[in-house]
Design a protein around this ligand. Structure first.
Ligand code: 5AD
Ligand code: FES
Length: 361
């Protein structure tokens, strides 16, 4: 057994490592070590979730954004973006279609668009939860006040996705303009937790200026926050951003990080993201085989999909992508998994065990 394999065992046992150990792990794994890590992470995911992959129907409802993140294709300063907003009726129509297709979670994701007031969001949340009481509703609409988060939660929102992007102050400042701060981002995440949301954090792998030390910081922060969901994907440049000429992140490192996260947070809901499917045609399949357990097919109307381009060559934006669910169903079957028709809530292993024993399984 190699030194790295011993570290991997230790990670599985303790659920965490020191900063130095994370850096060692990220920088020194050889091919066999990676295989060792991946098999372990995949086994942990299988023990908890079986071969069922949770799905979330992603509705990208607005590409207006008041922010100017340097990496993001729909940043405010990108004048070339054809901006759109879906109406409440259009959003509800996406949910209806999604429900027919078997989705029991809808994710409303958008730029930070000030034209939707809290009242607008609350009305939308009410309508969706009223029409689909058996579905979970996830919001992904950026940084808001405690009060706003509370009101959305009281209106019926169940989950919230807000990637922290990087847990290092100096690195955060290299990816964002000065009006955005890591401190506020973290405060939002803690507020969301406190209110009772199932919370998703996460980061990009290989974003410009990122070091192994930064990634170790991300892992330490995630362990401390212990979110119910963790979304990660490779950084991919967008040609109309300040990072147009930067190198993309690495598929291999992203997969290694998914495996590490699975061992750190065995119960967490971890998606094989669209960015992973963009960097490699089989990226999402690889993500599942590295310990991820969620996919997020696109439910947005095909007419707007190309306009929600966070990075170049984003998949699922063509006409052939009308039913990503079927596409992913086939992809998952090919690797021995199946999509679940289920809200796919966060459960601890203890809850899963109790449930299994009470239903006589
Ligand atoms: N490459 C990869 N991921 C990106 N995101 C935004 N821009 C990019 C990019 N260029 C991710 C961010 C954000 C999520 C919605 O998409 O992490 O939180
Ligand atoms: Fe969208 Fe395959 S999942 S086209």
């Amino acid at each position: 057994m190699t030194e790295m394999q011993r570290l991997i065992d230790q990670l599985e046992e303790k659920g965490e490592l020191t900063r130095e150990e994370y850096v060692a792990l990220l920088s020194q794994l050889n091919k066999e070590d990676i295989q060792y890590l991946r098999v372990k992470a995949c086994r942990v995911a299988k023990e908890h979730f079986g071969n069922r992959i949770y799905t979330r129907g992603l509705i990208e409802f607005t590409n207006y954004c008041k922010n100017d993140c340097y990496y993001c294709g729909i940043r405010r300063s990108n004048r070339a973006v054809d901006r759109y907003r879906l109406t409440k009726e259009q959003i509800l129509a996406c949910c209806r279609e999604g429900y027919q297709l078997g989705f029991r979670t809808f994710v409303l994701q958008g730029g930070e668009d000030t034209s939707y007031s809290d009242e607008d969001m609350i009305e939308l949340i009410h309508q969706i939860k009223q029409e689909f009481p058996d579905c979970a509703l996830t919001l992904s609409i950026g940084e808001k006040s405690y009060e706003s988060y509370l009101r959305y939660f009281q209106a019926g929102a169940d989950r919230y996705l807000l990637r922290h992007e990087t847990a290092d102050e100096a690195h955060y400042a290299k990816l964002h303009p000065a009006n955005l701060s890591l401190k506020n981002r973290k405060e939002c995440l803690y507020n969301l937790k406190k209110i009772g949301y199932q919370v998703g954090a996460g980061f990009m792998v290989g974003s410009p200026y990122q070091t192994y030390d930064n990634l170790a910081e991300d892992l330490i922060f995630l362990k401390e926050l212990s979110p119910e969901m963790v979304g990660i994907g490779p950084f991919l440049p967008h040609h109309q951003t300040p990072f147009a000429m930067e190198a993309k992140g690495s598929l291999e490192l992203t997969l290694v990080l998914i495996s590490i996260l699975r061992l750190m947070l065995p119960d967490a809901l971890i998606p094989a993201t669209t960015a992973l499917g963009t960097i490699h045609p089989l990226g999402r399949e690889e993500g599942i085989l590295s310990g991820a357990n969620v996919v997020m097919p696109n439910l947005s109307p095909t007419s707007v999909r190309k306009k929600y381009e966070l990075y170049d060559n984003k998949i699922c934006t063509g006409d052939e992508a009308a039913e990503c669910r079927f596409c992913l169903d086939g992809r998952m079957k090919k690797i021995g998994y199946e999509l679940a028709v289920d809200r796919g809530d966060y459960k601890t292993r203890m809850q899963t065990k109790l449930q299994r024993s009470s239903s006589g399984l």
